[in-house]
Design a protein around this ligand. Sequence first.
Ligand code: NAD
Ligand code: DAU
Length: 354
Amino acid sequence: MKSLLVTGGAGFIGSCFVRRLLVSSPEKHNVINLDALTYAGNLENLKLAENNQRYIFIKGDICDRSLLEKIFSKYEIDGVINFAAESHVDRSIENPEEFIRTNIMGTQALLDAAKKYWKLNSSDKYCAQYRDGVKFIQVSTDEVYGELGPSGLFSESTPLSPNSPYSASKASADLLALAYHNTFGLPINVTRCSNNYGPYQFPEKLIPLMINNCLNDKPLPVYGNGLQVRDWLHVEDHCEAILAVLEKGNNGEIYNIGGNCERTNIEVVKAILKILKKPESLISYVKDRPGHDKRYAINNAKIKNNLGWAPKHTFETGIDETIDWYLKNEEWLNRVVNGKYTDYYERMYGEKNE
Ligand code: NAD
Ligand code: DAU
């Protein structure tokens, strides 16, 4: 039985990972979920975990070094999966500071705690040797590579060229994790995944925002010409890939994760309209995102060939099921879309319509 520290486990992807660990891998892991419960963290995503004997929730900040020390020693952590982050590009353009604090400083605090608690000899300051079986996974993003032209794919050796404060902060965190491996020998992996969709995604992101607006017959704000391309992956496939890396990943390596599923934004929006039987007249082209990356697409050959992972969901069935989930969970959606969300929406989209 391993004790895994999942950070950001109350968010969209982290909560899917926690549910997966508790429900589908019984008896394998104890799960300690550390989450600051920012606007994006929601314990409603984890109702299923609440009474599970192998699950503990701690409300706290990954930048809080003394809390991290207590958690590592009390729960004898063997693995860290670092999902905790400020994750929305538009918010990083509005106010980058929190992205630097959580995504960079927070990752470094976690790396320091792991390095301290996992090393075999406490007087060995550098080039430490670590307990067997420990692992730190830095959950990163394809956005660290910047944008692609009309052809080509991101491979693990594509140079980093992030364009937004969000992706720059994630690239910094990746480099720190890799540096802790190269300098101190810490057993880490970095995963770089493409755009996720699925249940429980906060409706600031493209797909749930469009679903929510459709359900309320509100205009669908498409940035610029809508021809930007994203490579979509169902969140459950992302979590399976992280599990494969946790179990079989080679220390110090980067694994790209993606669904080979490129769609333009306008294709995605039209697919949602079609499923919900709403008119295309709801589409509203608005001011583009500054520094908007035109295209992301992942070459996932390494994780497929070396770790035997492959996505199980197709976009067509995945988007259908996702919309169905939002329809069946309107209460979740309505609670999430509260006063603070309305303020955010007005700030973000009021401006774009001017
Ligand atoms: P999210 O915004 O839904 O969740 C982030 C979680 O982190 C929230 O629960 C929040 O409360 C928590 N958090 C934020 N700051 C914290 C702090 N200082 N201390 C502790 N907890 C904190 O994000 P997500 O979409 O689930 O993304 C999870 C991770 O996956 C992120 O690192 C993101 O960069 C990465 N990622 C996301 C996608 C995607 O499409 N959403 C794709 C690739 C990679
Ligand atoms: O690629 C992985 C990344 O995907 C993750 O690292 C990020 O955490 C995640 O937020 C996501 O970033 P994007 O910027 O690609 O996702 P977002 O849902 O914000 O936007 C997807 C595309 O849709 C992008 O081209 C911008 C466009 N868009 C988005 C919104 C919210 C619109 O046209 N209108 C909108 O209202």
